[in-house]
Design a protein around this ligand. Structure first.
Ligand code: SF4
Length: 458
């Protein structure tokens, strides 16, 4: 059993009853480097003391730095098709919402991608609604090919992550064959009764089929899977414990847990009324979720989207978040619509900073904005990725790759001020690389980039 409802409730009950001393002892164990047990995670989810919470955030930041260093990976979503046969209560694309649906033609996909490329993006997350008549697997595979621009010999996009509905082992094998990076699927809520209440009709209403999608993905050869829940649908403490159980199941069975966890919070969308959702998550609980996940699954990337404000995202990168979207448009064809000065977003976006502003803000906060896609292209996926992350070696390639992609970005897309700040950041961060042979190699590669070479990585 992947999710044991009774077990989660027992863990949470014990966690709620844990004494302040027991919580502090759990924190001390984690600070001493012990992996966070489910019992300790449940206890920490119930902490109320401000000093304990400060320790939690400090530890999360320390762990993040130890695993990934100071890079933050950037990406953009690309909404490809809003045809959907499901009726998810919280979603603007639900079948019962009457609006003119569409999917991009492959030429339109290339146009959207050209716009994204002109912003400097190298890594995309493709979003498709579930409708195998209007959006069949062949179309999805063709869309991925159009993004990689296989017809014209390859464009600027170097990694395509894909979010499609739960499907068969055979279809996952086709995605793998097509060269996807991460397969993304959000459970939305792990609480079965809530899941069934919110997903009335359509194939997504099958909780068990949805929950086992990553098993089929792994069996189909997709070994980087990206999970998430939509925080606000049910008690966040339950969702966090369930995420940890799901991750443990994948680790146990396939040797690799979640490559990433996304932490979207429920937002207003067409046809939903937030007053109908009693479990909305406030900022302080949300920050604790992020810090706790970082401590519990240190080697899993944590993704925060533009649903959250710039202020919150700027804060969360200090203690957990390792990937953020930037300059996002969240509707089908929305990048071109936005370029024409209109709004086509599916839900409210809180962080509307331009990509170059996000890059500048990251540098000003001491981070290296990264467009790195090296691991997947070097075959560092699944259990191989986790082995390197556990040994601490990922950090040794993350920083050099981040530095090289930043040098590329500011040279190709920055104005004079951004270029100058970016090259300073490159220089500073090269000097901070401890390993002398890596530092020398990186200096040589960066020189090549400044002389016009592109797409270098370790
Ligand atoms: S080196 Fe690997 S883990 Fe690090 S940013 Fe690049 S792709 Fe991600």
């Amino acid at each position: 059993m992947i999710i044991d409802d009774v077990y989660i409730k027992t863990l949470l009950k014990n966690g709620a009853e844990a004494s302040a001393e027991a919580r502090r002892a759990a924190l001390s164990r984690a600070e001493g480097g012990a992996p966070l047990t489910l019992t300790d995670a449940a206890a920490l989810l119930h902490m109320t003391d401000a000093e304990d919470e400060a320790r939690l955030f400090a530890l999360a930041g320390k762990i993040k730095n130890a695993v990934y260093g100071n890079r933050v990976v950037l990406f953009a979503p690309l909404y490809v098709s809003d045809y959907c046969v499901n009726n998810c209560a919280y979603c603007g694309y639900k079948k019962s919402n009457g609006f003119r649906r569409r999917k991009l033609t492959f030429d339109e996909i290339r146009q959207e991608v050209e716009l994204l490329e002109s912003l400097g993006h190298k890594r995309l997350a493709l979003e498709f609604g579930e409708d195998y008549e209007n959006c069949p697997m062949e179309y999805i595979l063709g869309a991925i090919g159009a993004v990689y621009d296989t017809k014209n010999g390859g464009g600027e996009i170097r990694r395509v992550n894909v979010n499609i509905a739960a499907t068969t082992v055979e279809n996952y094998a086709k995605l793998k064959e097509k060269g996807i990076g991460t397969y993304i699927l959000f459970q939305e809520t792990y609480h079965k009764a809530t899941y069934e209440r919110l997903h009335r009709g359509g194939p997504k209403s099958d909780y068990g089929y949805h929950l086992t999608a990553f098993d089929r993905a792994m069996q189909g050869g997709v070994d980087d899977v990206g999970a998430g829940v939509l925080f606000g649908l049910y008690d966040y403490k339950y969702e966090v414990m369930a995420l940890l159980l799901h991750n443990a199941h994948l680790e146990r069975t396939y040797g690799a847990g979640f490559h990433t966890i996304s932490v979207p919070r429920l937002r207003q969308a067409r046809g939903n009324d937030l007053r109908a959702f009693p479990h909305l998550v406030g900022d302080s609980d949300f920050k604790r979720i992020i810090a706790l996940l970082r401590i519990a699954v240190p080697y899993t990337g944590i993704i925060l989207s533009t649903r959250e404000s710039a202020a919150l995202r700027n804060e969360a990168i200090h203690y957990g978040v390792s990937q953020i979207s930037a300059g996002s448009a969240t509707g089908v064809g929305a990048y071109r619509v936005e370029a024409a000065g209109e709004d086509a977003n599916q839900f409210e976006i809180a962080d509307r900073r331009a990509v170059h502003t996000v890059v500048a803000d990251l540098m000003n906060s001491g981070f290296i904005p990264s467009y790195c896609t090296a691991c997947y292209r070097k075959g560092r996926t699944g259990d191989r990725f986790f082995a390197l992350a556990r040994s601490g070696e990922i950090k040794n390639v993350c920083a050099p790759n981040a530095i090289m992609t930043l040098a590329e970005y500011v040279t190709d897309y920055g104005d004079d001020a951004l270029k100058s700040a970016g090259l300073d950041c490159v220089k500073r961060n090269i000097a901070a690389i401890e390993d002398e042979s890596m530092r020398t190699a990186l200096e040589a590669q960066t020189e090549k980039i400044l002389a016009g070479k592109r797409d270098l990585y370790f």
